[in-house]
Design a protein around this ligand. Structure first.
Ligand SMILES: NC(=O)c1ccc[n+]([C@@H]2O[C@H](COP(=O)([O-])OP(=O)(O)OC[C@H]3O[C@@H](n4cnc5c(N)ncnc54)[C@H](OP(=O)(O)O)[C@@H]3O)[C@@H](O)[C@H]2O)c1
Length: 227
């Protein structure tokens, strides 16, 4: 079987190392090319990449998208902390190539985002999102909490208070969505038990995205439920 050639951006980072381990254990793909902060793109190699996986930093995005667009290569991006302008770069590139961005690559969080739709039937409740992450996390609130907030507000058709962000220890990621009335409280909770969950989701997304023929902005939910 021909292995998928993955280009990995941020390969030396916490997520990059985890993703490389998942890829190395897979019979379907290979880490073919890596990019880091101080590495100039070698286009002879970049043109051979079948799919990019980027878990780096917002500053890397323009170069990654430029390289991928130049060679018509799909991009799975898990980087968080993007400004509006950087998000619009993802949208622009998705007119030319398949782009899948997700603030959380776990299938569990994809399901949690879908589950929030049921809150439309109790939109009069009070809502609060809470998230916990390791002390070294750079963005606050997390990208996952921001995505959950967007989906929650869509479901209940109103603004909700900003997510509460708590930083400490080595927590990989806990997200809670509380729905509260005078008589009852419902809490949806997702806990990532390790970093591998995001790496496995990213590799699964890359294998799926590499098969998409049309340019477009894809979401992690599309891997589970279809576009
Ligand atoms: N979507 C998800 O499921 C998910 C899950 C976990 C984390 N994340 C996100 O993934 C990103 C990386 O997280 P992490 O914990 O792995 O961070 P990290 O350990 O700080 O690693 C970041 C990596 O990106 C590289 N990098 C930074 N700036 C770059 C640039 N301008 N060009 C090329 N490479 C650059 C770094 O290289 P140097 O070492 O040379 O600086 C490093 O290898 C963060 O945005 C984080 O929030 C997403």
């Amino acid at each position: 079987m021909k292995k998928l050639k993955v280009g990995l951006v941020g390969a030396s980072g916490r997520m990059g190392r985890e993703i490389a381990e998942v890829i190395n254990a897979s019979p379907a793909c290979d880490v073919f090319y890596t990019l880091g902060r101080d590495k100039k793109v070698d286009h002879k190699l970049a043109e051979k990449v079948d799919v990019w996986i980027d878990f780096s930093s917002p500053e890397a995005l323009p170069e990654v998208l430029k390289t991928a667009s130049r060679h018509g290569t799909p991009v799975v991006c898990g980087t968080t902390g993007f400004s509006k302008k950087e998000k619009s770069l993802l949208e622009k590139a998705s007119k030319e190539i398949p782009v899948l961005w997700a603030s959380n690559m776990s299938m569990g969080v994809a399901v949690l985002n879908e589950a929030l739709k049921v809150f439309s039937s109790i939109a009069n409740f009070d809502y609060q999102i809470e998230e916990f992450h390791h002390i070294r996390k750079k963005d606050k609130p997390s990208g996952t909490a921001i995505t959950l907030q967007e989906n929650l507000e869509k479901a209940v058709s109103k603004k909700c208070p900003e997510p509460l962000a708590i930083r400490g220890g080595g927590i990989f990621g806990i997200h809670k969505v509380h729905a509260m009335s005078e008589e009852e409280v419902i809490t949806f909770e997702h806990s990532a038990l390790n970093r591998t969950v995001f790496a496995k989701g990213a590799v699964r997304a890359a294998e799926w995205l590499a098969k998409q023929k049309k340019p477009g902005l894809y979401q992690i939910r599309d891997v589970l439920f279809g576009k």
